[in-house]
Design a binder for this molecule. Structure first.
Ligand code: AMP
Ligand code: GLY
Length: 426
């Protein structure tokens, strides 16, 4: 039996752990730092996901057979390289490949060099040239992106010149996102339905997973601020077979080959944030990891052994692993703290769970939760839980997920009531 250490502590990690635990080959699962829900299924250790040295030390104590690094920052910081240097089998890209998410300038230049469809762009390191460019283009909305990681907040869609100039000055001059925004990308605004596609790749084989749709805005009707994601559905009905074929030929395979050509072979889960524009699929962003909350709807649809897939990627034998997808659909509704994505309270007692942090009829993926000393479930973050259901149709999956949501309550709980509506009413 294989023991596994999973790095991270959100809904995505909870979903990875549940899928790994279905494998007949998997024994003990450890998680650091984990959360209240995860602690009911895995042994949790209080080490921060960004603490590379601390995590290597923990791995040396636990001696797992595999280390799965799930979040972006430790991947970009080189946690996989550090674990491999100590002889651990790992899942996740090395730092030289994680840069595909760690630097927007890198990813845009890669797409330009290898002719992978994306929005037209320019890169700036001083605000005067950026502002001159904005004035010369004089086209709105326009999109301004911080080069580095910015907790998903580094993208501004400016509706006019004033907003664009403010964003540029805040990023480059005031370093709003620290070093991450000392360089910015200014890019063309694209339109069309958005589709998330996660893909397994070992650098030789590319296996796209079933598609999904995120709901990034905080409020119903896609209003309000951008968040980490307020809910997901899978599959994404906008993503037809033809679009999938075109994306594979023009985006997925060329990206894998481009990374190989650059000497940065990507091994792990590569996330393609796509927009289905009138001119075909284009890349909005790459992530070097499983998406959150996409993973919470994609992995429940996987008809296969996740441990075999991870091992196949590590050994570069992904082509020999059997990967299938279930029929039907899956939906996840995020319950967030009141005030999220701005300021919110933590430590609020939650009601409605059984002793494993679950409700009847759904699976609850925990994100920002912790246990009190006397074993109660408390809120501990912005996105608190993701209530998730598989069913024969998307409509039924959503209905069951919302039934689950109604059984759970905590002061200030906020969730969108229209997850999947756009997909159902196309
Ligand atoms: P990101 O944090 O890179 O996922 O961007 C956040 C959101 O901004 C995306 O999900 C898109 O909705 C939007 N976005 C990013 N780039 C563009 C673009 N070039 N055109 C239109 N919308 C964009
Ligand atoms: N849901 C988008 C992301 O994981 O970045």
């Amino acid at each position: 039996m294989k023991n596994i250490l999973v790095v991270g502590g959100g809904g995505r990690e909870h979903a990875i752990i549940m899928k790994l635990s279905e494998s007949s080959k998997v024994g003990k699962i450890y998680c650091a730092p984990g959360n209240a829900g995860i602690s009911k299924f895995a042994e949790c250790y209080d080490v921060k996901a960004t603490d590379v040295e601390g995590m290597v030390k923990l791995a040396k104590e636990l001696k797992p057979d595999m280390v799965v690094v799930a979040p972006d920052d430790p991947l970009v910081l080189g946690m996989v390289d550090a674990m491999q240097a100590e002889g651990f089998m790992t899942f996740g890209p090395k730092a030289n490949a994680a840069i595909i998410e760690g630097s927007k300038v890198f990813s845009k230049d890669l797409m330009k060099k290898y002719d992978i469809p994306t929005a037209y762009y320019e890169v700036f390191t001083d605000s005067d040239s950026a502002i001159a460019y904005l004035k010369e283009q004089n086209s709105y909305p326009t999109v301004i992106k911080a080069d580095g990681l910015a907790l998903g907040k580094g993208v501004i869609i400016a509706q006019n010149e004033e907003e664009a100039i403010t964003a540029v000055k805040e990023m480059i001059d005031d370093l709003k996102f620290g070093k991450s925004s000392s360089r910015v990308v200014i890019e063309e605004f694209l339109t069309g339905p958005e589709v998330s596609v996660l893909a397994f790749t070992d650098g030789k084989t590319m296996v796209p997973m079933i598609s999904s749709m995120d709901h990034k805005r905080a409020l119903d009707g896609d209003e309000g601020l951008n968040t980490g994601g307020m809910g997901t559905i899978s599959p994404n009905p906008c993503y037809t077979e033809e679009l999938a074929k075109e994306s594979m030929e023009k985006i997925f395979i060329p990206t894998m080959n481009a990374m190989n050509a650059e000497g940065r072979t990507f091994e792990g889960c590569l996330y393609f944030g796509l927009m289905m524009t009138p001119k075909g699929p284009k890349v909005i962003e790459y992530n070097c990891r499983f998406g959150d909350p996409e993973t919470q709807v994609v992995l429940p649809m996987l008809d296969g052994d996740l441990y075999d897939i991870f091992e196949g990627i590590y050994n570069h034998t992904l082509d020999q692993v059997d990967i299938k997808w279930k029929d039907g659909a899956c939906a996840c509704v995020i319950m967030a703290s009141g005030g999220y994505p701005e300021s919110y309270k933590k430590g609020i007692e939650m009601h409605g769970f059984d002793e494993k942090g679950q409700v009847d009829g759904c699976f609850v993926y925990h994100a920002g939760t912790k246990l009190s000393d006397d074993g109660k479930f408390l809120t501990n973050g912005g996105r608190v839980i993701g209530v998730t259901c598989n069913a024969d149709t998307l409509e039924n999956a959503l209905a069951k997920a919302y039934e689950g949501v109604k059984k759970i309550d905590f002061e200030g709980a906020h969730y969108r009531k229209d997850i999947g509506h756009r997909a159902l009413n196309r």
